[in-house]
Design a protein around this ligand. Structure first.
Ligand code: FAD
Length: 350
């Protein structure tokens, strides 16, 4: 089946790879926008929601698919993207009891250590109430994934670098989509937050969130684990750490702001006292739907047009499972996409 994918962020990359593995003929269109969320993401992999100390949504299903796809991508592109790293969660007053209670209540044995540690994490981190440890976390080098896969597409003539106007440049009839004198059986929109006019999926309700993140350097800190407490300190390489990220629902542009920088610094310095220098500050928009679930599926009246979007703040864990949902629907129209992510939720009764 000839498939056209619009957008080469995380969603378009994972979908293209999976379709390619299955022997589909794919073409990807992407405008090489350097503001795309996938180039701004911290790359934190965290299977837990700390606020309630529960598993992330559907994590028991998402995690094996994430690992399997990562393994296949790493083999295919000859590059390591996922760096498994324990997460050390600094606890507030009384949170040690909460940790033990939720460990049992929420069946967290696969993901967290039941023991609280009261020994210092590092001479530079304040842990007056101890810390807990989360397994299966890590750093995912999403920027390298996007650039390596882009290179693969370019080398093999599978990438068109262009910003297209979906409603004008794509011509669709009942069975096919036409673009640039080529005919495709399916087109899948993986546009992230750049779906400005929202056609043809104009009923999907988005509530995108702006995020900002710092990269800092600290030779002295020299810490190998991820630390979290209202923000993350994520070791990447060369004594650099990603620190963030912020969440803003109201914003006017995608530029970096002093407010966000100060917010991150304040949170960082509340839990730490190591010297550092700021190397970068970056901002991006997380593609987020109104109910914070991905949006996946095909238009009922134009079943050759599909969507894979709304990956939100845990996009890296969600992308492989989400792409599989879409592919199963592509291959078998009777397949029921998980109702919480099905695009049908926006079209019910209409
Ligand atoms: C600051 C920040 C921190 C984050 N941290 C994490 C994290 O730690 N862990 C995690 O799992 N997730 C994180 N995320 C979320 C993650 O980045 C997103 O879920 C994911 O990258 C979304 O990928 P996407 O492909 O949907 O969108 P994008 O990466 O935005 O890609 C969409 C692409 O489609 C292109 N496009 C759109 N329309 C057209 C068109 N008409 N023609 C051609 N090209 C088009 C765009 O230009 C873009 O290149 C973070 C996000 C931000 C902003």
């Amino acid at each position: 089946m000839k498939t056209l994918i619009i957008g080469q962020g995380l969603a378009g990359t994972i979908l293209a790879f999976k379709l390619f593995q299955k022997g589909y003929s794919i073409t990807v269109i992407d405008d090489n926008n350097q503001q795309k969320a996938s180039l701004k993401a911290g790359g934190m992999i965290n299977p837990i929601v700390f606020r309630r100390l529960t598993k992330s949504w559907l994590i028991d299903d998402l995690y094996p698919e994430f690992l399997q796809t990562t393994h296949e991508l790493e083999k295919f592109l000859g590059h390591k993207f996922f760096h498994p790293t324990p997460i050390q969660r600094i606890l507030g007053a009384g949170e040690d009891l909460f940790w033990s209670r939720k460990y049992k209540e929420n069946e967290l044995e696969k993901y967290i250590d039941p023991r609280i540690s009261y020994a210092p994490i590092s001479p530079y981190i304040k842990t007056p109430n101890g810390y807990g440890t989360v397994h299966k976390g890590g750093w995912y080098d999403i920027q390298s994934l996007i650039s390596s896969f882009r290179q693969y597409l370019e080398t093999n003539g599978l990438l068109i670098q262009e910003n297209i106007d979906i409603s004008k440049d794509l011509k669709t009839n009942d069975n096919e989509v036409h673009f640039n004198n080529q005919t495709y059986q399916k087109v899948i929109l993986c546009q992230g937050s750049f779906n400005n006019d929202q056609q043809p999926f104009n009923r999907v309700k988005y509530k995108h969130t702006k995020g900002e993140i710092l990269t800092i350097n600290s030779p002295l800190f020299n810490h190998k684990e991820i630390i979290t407490k209202n923000l993350f300190i994520l070791p990447i390489h060369n004594q650099n750490y990603k620190v963030g990220s912020t969440y803003a629902w109201e914003y006017t542009d995608t530029k970096i702001t002093n407010d966000a920088k100060n917010e991150i610094i304040k949170k960082l310095e509340k839990i730490s006292n190591f010297p550092y220098s700021i190397i970068h500050q970056e901002a991006g928009i997380r593609p987020t739907t109104h109910d914070r679930r991905p949006v996946i599926g095909f238009l009922k009246n134009q079943p050759n047009i599909g969507i894979l979007n709304g990956l939100g703040s845990k996009g890296i864990l969600l992308a492989p499972w989400s792409a599989n949902q879409l592919i199963q629907k592509m291959e078998n129209n009777n397949f029921q996409i998980h109702p919480e992510v099905d695009v049908e939720r926006y079209y019910k009764g209409k």
